[in-house]
Design a protein around this ligand. Structure first.
Ligand SMILES: [Zn+2]
Length: 315
């Protein structure tokens, strides 16, 4: 076992040849990425949210990682922009699941760029957007489409390391791919793990996310690199599993009692871990759970979700 990895911005070797790029505090858009380097071959995992952030990460990779091949392949774990909007800076093949290829079209960078332009006129919600996404430059990004698509599972040889990409979704998004390096005892868990911040159920069903946590635990890795937050271990996976079990149980009580999703979210703010960052994301989670329990409910618009979240954080 390696000693504890500090949660500081930049690249950290989490096992021999396996590197994680971390971005404290793991809030909106501050995702983790990484790469695997063995015998002159490299596989990159995820990009950062825009070209400025991604270029800085690649510069740090180049400066600090012995034997790095900048032309290595890139695997992207899911369709949220923080994990793939910087893909045009990579020259190797881009690898993703089939569902990713469809889902990536749903929110193009121009949508976020337009939203940020409008933010000053959007009151509390606009202020929330600026706080969450104001550090990023969405205008002019052209994320690549994947070159190699897979379903369920794909094994890739990187030097002497075998790397297994596995689709565990739908849960956080329609397709959540983890990257497992069994010989190194490392799993890049993508956004199936948020450590120290509130996870987001964009897609569901929640049972799939709980199952995914069980599978992550069965894989018995030493190191779990979350999509957001510090490098973790099985205890961290268990906390995320428990979050979904507790939250869905409590939310179901409110649902059965006829409370609106908006009210239920307000009741459940900070539940059950009050110290996790971005507790207002419970709004998204409760809305997704309610739709799971009553499919006739209309899908709540993303802008409406952000509006409700901004109201929950208002002083
Ligand atoms: Zn993310």
């Amino acid at each position: 076992m390696m000693s504890k990895i500090p949660f500081s911005r930049g690249v950290h070797e989490v096992a021999p040849g396996v590197w994680a790029f971390l971005q404290p505090n793991g809030s909106w858009g501050l995702n983790n990425a990484g790469c695997i380097v063995s015998e002159g071959e490299t596989l990159f995992i995820d990009t950062l949210f825009d070209k400025v952030f991604t270029r800085a990460m690649l510069d740090e990779y180049r400066a600090k990682i012995p034997g790095l091949d900048l032309h290595g392949d890139l695997v992207v774990t899911h369709a949220n922009g923080d994990h793939h909007y910087g893909s045009e800076l990579f020259s190797g093949r881009m690898i993703a699941t089939k569902s990713f290829a469809q889902e990536m079209e749903e929110i193009p960078p121009s949508f976020l760029a337009d939203l940020m332009d409008m933010a000053p006129e959007l009151g509390g919600m606009g202020a929330y957007f600026q706080k969450a996404f104001g550090a990023f430059l969405f205008r002019g990004l052209s994320p690549r489409k994947p070159d190699l698509l897979f379903e369920d599972e794909l094994s890739i040889q990187v030097g002497r390391l075998t790397v297994v990409c596995r689709d565990m979704g739908p849960a956080h998004t329609k397709s959540d791919c983890i990257v497992h390096v069994p010989e190194a005892g490392v799993i890049f868990a993508s956004d199936l793990l948020f450590i120290g911040s509130t996870p987001i159920l964009w897609e569901g069903p929640v049972e799939n996310w709980i199952d995914a946590c069980d599978k992550l635990l069965e894989m018995d890795a030493d190191v779990y690199v979350p999509g957001h937050g510090p490098v973790s271990n099985k205890k961290g996976v268990t906390l995320v599993r428990d979050y979904w079990v507790s939250l869905s149980k409590e939310a179901k009580k409110h649902f059965d009692a006829g409370l609106s999703a908006r009210r239920a979210a307000r009741e459940l703010l900070g539940f059950p871990y009050p110290d996790w960052v971005d507790p207002e994301r419970v709004v998204i989670n409760v809305h997704s759970l309610y739709r799971q329990w009553d499919p006739s409910l209309p899908k709540t618009d993303v802008a409406e979700l952000f509006d409700q979240m901004s109201r929950l954080t208002a002083p």
